[in-house]
Design a protein around this ligand. Structure first.
Ligand SMILES: [Fe+2]
Ligand SMILES: [Fe+2]
Length: 163
């Protein structure tokens, strides 16, 4: 029989998952910024790269609060989402639809992060980890804002150019 596992275990495992994911995103955003044609989209990815570095740091603070080493755990979901983004760059390079594809890839990443941070925040609340709740919420708000901004960039010009 499996050993008894608790919400604390699930919280730590999921923290490792998003820590791995954030570090993959730090590596990926410069490639998306480089590929983007619209200056606004390029700047958006660059700004979110800076924020994402902050997300990694906030997660490290949470590991510290838990007294655990900051360690990632391979997240197949983010690897798949990033792989799809790479395919879009390869398949749509030089076409009018590239930016629309990059927005879609970016939004898939943000939605994954929003799902993870939303869950972690509610578990941290349940576990009475007030400082962790504040750190997770700060990142969650930046993910939500980035998702909205991507929608706005797409609506403002990217989608029309692609049509
Ligand atoms: Fe993030
Ligand atoms: Fe993000």
């Amino acid at each position: 029989m499996a050993a008894e596992k608790t919400l604390d275990d699930l919280f730590l495992d999921t923290l490792k998952d998003i820590y791995y994911a954030e570090r993959q995103i730090v590596k990926t955003l410069p490639k998306m910024a480089k590929a983007a044609v619209s200056p606004e989209l390029k700047a958006g990815f660059e700004q979110h790269l800076e924020e994402t570095q902050g997300h990694v740091e906030r997660l490290e603070q949470i590991f510290e609060l838990l007294g655990k080493p900051a360690r990632g755990k391979t997240c197949d979901a983010i690897l798949g989402i990033i792989e799809e983004g790479k395919s879009i760059i390869e398949d749509y390079k030089g076409t009018a639809a590239l930016d629309a594809g990059l927005v879609a890839a970016g939004q898939a990443v943000e939605h994954y992060e929003i799902a993870r941070y939303g869950t972690l925040k509610s578990w941290a609340t349940q576990l009475g980890m007030k400082e962790a709740v504040a750190l997770l919420d700060a990142t969650l708000q930046e993910e939500v804002a980035t998702d909205k901004k991507l929608s706005q960039v797409a609506a403002a010009n990217v989608n029309q150019k692609a049509a």
